[in-house]
Design a protein around this ligand. Structure first.
Ligand SMILES: *Cc1c(COP(=O)(O)O)cnc(C)c1O
Length: 345
């Protein structure tokens, strides 16, 4: 890996971050707070939340097996994705390399930040070739985006190819593990000590069943996390979200049961979907969804919409022509989809 300072935008490296009122007295006992222009009324909500979410990170660190100093919490993974650009990529100068097809936000955030986005196609099995990814980089490539299990394809990417990228690229490698709780592959999160250039993304939106609270996570070296903390909005995670996330971690067994149920239902759903006359192929998946090639994706998509059943039409996505992406729901919801498709003519 290049020296971190070489990878970070000059203005960000030099940035003196905003100092919150409450940062200044930290660690001292106090009971009268007249420092932050808050109201004394509406107790429970009147105080600014902890800007660094320290108690939540301590809880999360035990659950995820990383040190609290290796955790950034964001307003969804989307905030972490945007911050990666704002920290490392100089607009109109730097570029990033990403697998294709993959999650759309990496490209949208590149466009917003005026950063060139270079796509490298996966192979016919939606697998990653490390040499091809590395060949697309140059001196101005700051970041490589990898997503495993990948969205919208669903498959786990070859861990050895990801390792090759981590070992041979001098810049930052982001591995988005939004769906890793549904996968049997080991998580890259546990390899942080080996790769100083690794950023792993997780989210509460999928396995943790809490898309509405908007909480994403980035795991990386304390030095990289320090940069995230410097650039983020001071109070980016509100108190309601911190409280909900904290309660959910206390109830992690419940979350594990949900994940187990979804995996069990996925094991029923895939062979049943494969039997449908409309189904041409179901691609392998390690996520809570699967990609399926069907006889006529647009027509089937609209047929389902008319019956109040919404799936994701991926017909116009590179390498996904003719495909629908289907999330695993409850057994009832899945059966409603299957029976609607059995009646499709
Ligand atoms: C759903 C998803 C996310 C989650 O994004 P949030 O902003 O945390 O809701 C992140 N990455 C991928 C690849 C996803 O599919």
């Amino acid at each position: 890996m290049k020296a971190l300072q070489e990878l970070v935008r000059e203005n960000i490296w030099a940035l003196k971050p905003y100092s919150c009122a409450r940062d200044e007295f930290k660690g001292r006992d106090a009971h009268v707070f007249l420092d932050a222009n808050e109201s004394p009324y509406n107790q429970g909500f009147n105080r600014y939340p902890d800007p660094l979410q320290e108690s939540l990170k301590v809880k999360l660190s035990r659950h995820k097996g990383v040190h609290p100093s290796q955790i950034f919490l964001g307003n969804g993974s989307d905030e972490a994705i945007d911050l990666v650009y704002r920290i490392f990529c100089e607009p109109h100068v730097d570029n990033v390399v990403a697998i294709s097809p993959t999650y759309g936000m990496y490209e949208v955030c590149a466009d917003i930040n005026a950063v060139e986005y270079r796509k490298v196609s996966l192979d016919a099995d939606f697998q990653l070739n490390a040499q091809n990814l590395l060949a697309a980089t140059d001196d101005h490539t700051k970041v490589i985006w990898i997503c495993t299990p990948n969205n919208p394809t669903g498959n786990d990417l070859d861990a050895r190819a990801i390792q090759q990228v981590l070992e041979n690229f001098g810049g930052i490698v982001v591995v988005d593990e939004a769906y890793s709780d549904f996968s049997s592959f080991p998580a890259f999160r546990t390899q942080l000590h080996k790769y100083p250039n690794l950023i792993v993304l997780n989210t509460m939106s999928k396995a943790w069943a809490s898309a509405s609270i908007r909480m994403g996570m980035a795991f990386a070296s304390p030095e990289i996390i320090g940069l995230f903390n410097k650039v983020k909005y001071p109070y980016n995670i509100n108190k309601l979200t911190q409280d909900h996330a904290s309660a959910l971690i206390d109830d992690a067994f419940k979350v594990q049961r949900w994940v187990a149920q979804i995996k069990e239902e996925r094991a029923h759903m895939i062979p049943a979907f494969n039997e449908l006359p409309v189904c041409l192929k179901v691609y392998p998946t390690g996520a809570n969804f699967f990609l399926a090639k069907v006889t006529d994706a647009d027509a089937i998509y609209h047929y389902l919409v008319d019956r109040g059943v919404i799936v994701r039409n991926r017909n116009r996505v590179e390498m996904c022509q003719g495909c629908l992406r289907i999330t695993i729901g409850t057994p009832q919801e899945n059966n409603e989809l299957l029976s609607a498709l059995r009646q499709y003519k």
